[in-house]
Design a protein. Structure first.
Length: 377
């Protein structure tokens, strides 16, 4: 349902603005069976920016089904290792103890990496009752899936033992805006954090950010390490400012700057459709690669069907015999993609271009071309 006047999921205030409106969209998590003709249920998909605390968030609540866990790009695995190594080297972690990790529907875990730094895994759900964990981690984009952002951060904060640290890692709003990644906006992803907004949210639950790092994943992924404000944690102000200052300069708390996302929507979707119409007219066959959540709104806004995009290949077994939500475009296996001998393969997840090329050399051997059709283009 469309909520006429949203209230902030973090600070509960009601002053704010719609900064991005993608209209009515199907769930990007439920890939219908290929023999289910639809129509698929549609939900409003809008980003609202709180004028009080600066948190960008989904304006509306939609009860979307559980997502199908896809195969994780190697870039995510590599980034986790980078994050743990850099933060450990900077002395941002306590000297071992218990580590509690809040899970993510995207999968992935910091726990095996943290074991090398003296941390023993403890269940996150029981951590608060058992005196807390020295390190509490939300490192795999978990907290953005929580409709009640304030409650979610309080739960994470409560799991931290005295003297412990809380790590939160997120895809930065700055990367989304500067990279025109408007299709990062998705049902089920309730919050889109700028670093200043996340710092404010952590302060509200009694935590002070001690250090920050920015990584290139997704155009900008930020990891923050925070300690209890009442314990006066040592703060690496230079490291925090290095991440915060560019975001403030880019206007990440202002609706005019964040609202620039809206202008990129028709440009991206319109040019994708024009390109596919031209390819079809030239008798060339175009397929997609990666039946990713972020491709769903793009395919709908570009008004694509199987006549323009013959199929989208995906390696995940859970997505086979299904179709792209809101369209008749089938999801196929990588083997079927190779057998189709496509002229062009559009890769909807930029992080996957390299590994897709390497895994399917037959595409280029048969004269096909890989094209990066990820966000921001
Ligand atoms: Zn707010």
């Amino acid at each position: 349902m469309v909520i006429a006047s949203p209230a902030c999921r973090s600070c509960h205030r009601t002053d704010g603005d719609i900064v991005l409106d993608l209209g009515a969209q199907p769930s990007s998590e439920l890939f219908p069976k290929i023999d289910d003709p639809g129509p698929d249920e549609l939900y409003p998909l809008r980003m609202w920016l709180c004028a009080n605390c600066g948190l960008a968030q989904l304006a509306d609540d939609a009860d979307v089904p559980e997502e199908v866990v896809g195969s994780e790009p190697a870039a995510l695995t590599a980034q986790r290792a980078d994050a743990v190594r850099e933060l450990a080297a900077a002395g941002a972690f306590p000297a071992g103890g218990r580590a509690a990790e809040f899970p993510s529907p995207h999968g992935g875990s910091w726990l095996p990496l943290l074991a090398d730094h003296g941390f023993t895994a403890t269940p996150y759900a029981a951590a608060a009752e058992q005196g807390g964990a020295e390190l509490v981690v939300d490192g795999c984009f978990g907290v953005m899936h929580e409709p009640d952002q304030d409650a979610a951060l309080r739960e994470r904060a409560a799991a931290v033992a005295p003297g412990g640290r809380l790590v939160v890692q997120f895809h930065s709003l700055h990367a989304i805006v500067s990279g025109a990644q408007w299709n990062a906006l998705r049902l089920g992803h309730y919050a889109y954090y700028s670093t200043p907004a996340m710092i404010t949210m952590l302060e509200r639950v009694g935590f002070t950010v001690a250090t920050a790092r920015r990584f290139p994943l997704y155009g900008g992924t930020v990891a923050l390490v925070a300690g209890r404000t009442s314990e006066s944690p040592a703060v690496d102000a230079a490291a925090v400012d290095a991440v915060v200052a560019p975001e403030l300069a880019a206007g990440m708390l202002r609706r005019s700057a964040v609202g620039a996302l809206q202008h990129s929507v028709q440009r991206t979707a319109g040019s994708l459709r024009e390109m596919l119409v031209a390819q079809r007219a030239a008798g060339r066959r175009v397929y997609g690669y990666a039946a990713a959540s972020r491709a769903v709104s793009l395919l709908r806004l570009a008004d694509l069907d199987a006549g323009l995009l013959a199929g989208v290949a995906d390696a995940s077994p859970g997505k086979q015999d299904r179709r792209m939500p809101g369209t008749d475009i089938p999801i196929i296996t990588p083997q079927e993609l190779v057998a189709a001998q496509p002229d062009v393969v559009l890769v909807f997840v930029s992080e996957l271009v390299g590994e897709a090329r390497a895994a399917l050399p037959e595409i280029e051997r048969h004269g096909g071309t890989w094209v990066d059709a990820g966000a921001g283009r």
